[in-house]
Design a protein around this ligand. Structure first.
Ligand code: ADP
Ligand code: MG
Length: 262
């Protein structure tokens, strides 16, 4: 469980007037949740991630947590610094005080869970492809064995194949009992994957709740499936586009309108 109570945050001012980047935010996330955070650039998503994992402290308000929170920063591959893949992923567990042997075993498991087998362990991570580097970085975060994982824009800059395997990985993590929180500017990714949605506007929670309830309340959160359904409605099909939040919703709605013959 993680609960924010009237949390506000301002970055240290450089003489100008201080602006609340996070402004009186309250919500709570249950154990084993799968939560999306969305909002425009500058709405405070990354700052909120840093508050959730404790990298920043609220200027006012409280954050109550049960369990440990790990953060995968945006472009986590930029933080790779060891000269082998295995050493890089072992860094976190070793730093947490795990003995070498155990740290190695945790790191190997994490690497395997992101689809990197033994043939990668001794390679120089800096000479891997972009997608492979991202996997190494994610393995490093998974190896921290937290209860709550926060991913800041994990899919940004990924090709579609790795995009899909990333979400499979996040679902496996969630199925294993972990809480998964992702920041995404892709409302489609959130609609397809997250049960709960936090919608930020100028550092405030503009809306919070079940993803399928929140999305239809805001024109700015329209998914591609909804856009498609809206077009069908404008062409005369009797279809409620606000119910076509995901691709599956859309397919079901269309199927219910088609008379099968034969
Ligand atoms: N280290 C920092 N110092 C001062 N201002 C910052 C810092 N980081 C972010 N900001 C400002 O805080 C606001 C929210 O930023 P951020 O949390 O990164 O938003 P998002 O991730 O939604 O794009 C922006 O106006 C940004 O310029
Ligand atoms: Mg950001």
């Amino acid at each position: 469980m993680i609960e924010l109570r009237n949390v506000s945050f301002s970055y240290p001012s450089d003489g100008r007037q201080q602006v609340k980047v996070i402004d009186d935010v309250s919500f709570s996330i249950q154990d084993n949740g799968f939560v999306g955070i969305t909002g425009k650039i500058g709405s405070g998503k990354t700052t909120l991630c840093k508050l959730l994992c404790g990298l920043l402290k609220p200027s006012s308000g409280q954050i109550l947590k049960e369990g440990r929170v790990a953060l995968a920063m945006q472009f986590p591959e930029s933080q790779i610094f060891e000269n082998t893949v295995l050493k890089d992923v072992m860094f976190g567990p070793l730093n947490m005080g795990l003995p070498e042997e155990q740290a190695r075993s945790v790191a190997e498991k994490s690497l395997e869970s992101v689809g990197l087998d033994g043939s990668f362990f001794d390679r120089n991570p800096l000479r891997l492809s972009g997608g492979e580097k991202r996997r190494v970085a994610l393995a490093g975060v998974l190896a921290l064995n937290a209860d709550i994982y926060v991913f800041d824009e994990p899919a940004t800059g990924l090709d579609s194949r790795w995009h899909d395997s990333l979400f499979e990985l996040l679902h496996r993590l969630n199925d294993s009992g972990k809480t998964v929180i992702i920041v995404s500017h892709s409302i489609d990714d959130i609609a397809e994957n997250c049960r709960t949605l936090v919608y930020l506007e100028d550092g405030k929670v503009a809306d919070f709740g079940n993803t399928a309830d929140v999305i239809p309340r805001h024109r700015s959160l329209e998914t591609r499936a909804m856009g498609f359904a809206r077009r069908l409605a404008s062409e005369g099909m009797e279809i409620d586009y606000t119910k076509a939040v995901t691709r599956k919703d859309l397919a079901d709605l269309i199927a219910s309108r088609i008379q099968f013959q034969g």
